[in-house]
Design a protein around this ligand. Structure first.
Ligand SMILES: Nc1nc2c(ncn2[C@@H]2O[C@H](COP(=O)(O)OP(=O)(O)OP(=O)(O)O)[C@@H](O)[C@H]2O)c(=O)[nH]1
Ligand SMILES: [Zn+2]
Length: 379
């Protein structure tokens, strides 16, 4: 696990790492920080030509219907870093016709998982290590200049993120909307992310179906009252509602930007200013419709011994995730922020593209309601 964390650390600093797999090792340079120098150095080190690893979401954006999770686009050193970055993240750029992608081997697939875990743009320049260069690459690994990580380690890490959630500390913090509140802090085993459960009221007085809100972090909305989204109002409204309903729990999840991280969310906002909606903007950057998973939330609920809930949400995926994780969602309660001229498009896209239940707010601009649970529709 430590090796994976170290690799993420290096990649976030813009350093190349070696990803090992039985089918071949690759040297990987993250797209972020990729310059002409890196583009020349990588194939020289590997002894093979480079390729640009892109997710199938990004390839779809480039007009390529690609089955496998990751595709490799051949790269020529003369392409220049600027073109490579544009192929990976520019809204309008298309691939030259002679650069059709091929399916990536496990090492390159794992490399993009590393980018995602590290909250970087999920794209990288990769080059397979040739027989001729193997000794030199291994020497760099041995002296600690290049860090090596195995694709299986990355897979195992990606699949076990929540498993060792540690309850670290807690404190009573009276809130303006809920005077009896306790913050309970959880830390993922790798120490990289922390999540908070805000436990409201007295457990003995809770309803049988405990009111629960799963709230993904939104620095811009929650803290600064951004008008681009409805998060800040939903957050405060949730606390108030949970308190009014006799107490329950709000899980404040470190899933900024639907899991893509703040840096990528800001990039996505700039793309939205160019006319894209929230889903398309994420896709331009190589992400799927929603990168969140809810294992961490499930584990927090388990540690808090909560198995039957009334979920405060408009998002069918959250209900499905609880169902699949063995938490019974007895009822669903809508939770709405205000409609503003700046967030209408965003809310509209959530309703139309992601199937969120926002009819009421989009219809009349306000509204609080309790709706009987509707099962998510298959999309
Ligand atoms: N990528 C991306 N993330 C965004 C954008 N606007 C808001 N977000 C993020 O979307 C998430 C919204 O979280 P939630 O309010 O918990 O979830 P939701 O999916 O809207 O569902 P409910 O609020 O429960 O109905 C937060 O992590 C925000 O940071 C955007 O335009 N792009
Ligand atoms: Zn927000």
């Amino acid at each position: 696990m430590r090796q994976v964390e170290r690799a993420i650390f290096d990649l976030r600093r813009g350093l190349p790492v070696l990803v090992r797999a039985a089918s071949g090792d690759v040297v990987v340079h993250p797209l972020e920080g990729c310059d002409d120098e890196a583009l020349t150095a990588l194939p020289a080190l590997a002894g093979n030509s480079a390729a640009l690893a892109l997710t199938r979401h990004r390839l779809a954006r480039l007009g390529i219907d690609f089955g496998p999770r990751v595709g490799l686009v051949p790269v020529d050193p003369d392409d220049g870093a600027q073109a490579i970055v544009a192929w990976a993240s520019d809204e309008t750029r298309r691939l030259p016709v002679d650069r059709q992608p091929v399916a990536a081997a496990p090492a390159s697939e794992a490399a993009l998982d590393l980018m995602r875990i590290g909250l970087l743009i999920p794209a990288a320049v990769v080059a397979e290590v040739s027989q001729a260069q193997r000794a030199q690459v291994e020497a760099l690994v041995a002296e600690g200049t290049v860090l090596a990580v195995a694709a299986e380690q990355i897979d195992a890490y990606a699949g076990s993120r929540s498993r060792f959630l540690k309850r670290t500390s807690d404190a009573e913090i009276p809130l303006s909307h809920a005077e009896r509140a306790t913050f309970v802090m959880f830390r993922e085993a790798d120490g990289m992310r922390e999540h908070i459960a805000i436990v409201i009221g007295d457990r003995a007085e809770w309803s049988d179906a405990v009111p629960v809100r799963l709230h993904s972090a939104c620095l811009t909305g929650d803290l600064f009252g951004s008008l681009r989204c409805d998060c800040g109002e939903q957050l405060r409204e949730s606390v108030r509602t949970i308190d009014e309903r006799g107490g329950g729990v709000l899980l404040y999840l470190a899933q900024e930007g639907r899991g893509i991280g703040l840096a990528n969310k800001l990039r996505a906002y700039t793309l939205q200013d160019g006319g894209l909606d929230t889903v398309d903007a994420d896709q331009v950057l190589g992400f799927g419709e929603d990168e969140r998973t809810y294992e961490v939330a499930l584990e927090m609920l388990e540690q808090l011994e909560i198995a039957r809930i009334e979920l405060l949400t408009n998002n069918p995926e959250k209900i499905a995730a609880m169902d699949q994780g063995g938490v019974e969602v007895v009822n669903r309660r809508g939770i709405y922020g205000k409609l503003t001229k700046q967030n209408r498009r965003y809310l509209d896209a959530k309703a139309k593209r992601a199937g969120h239940w926002l009819e009421e707010v989009l219809d009349d601009g306000e509204g609080k309601s309790s709706t009987p649970l509707r099962r998510p529709v298959a999309r």
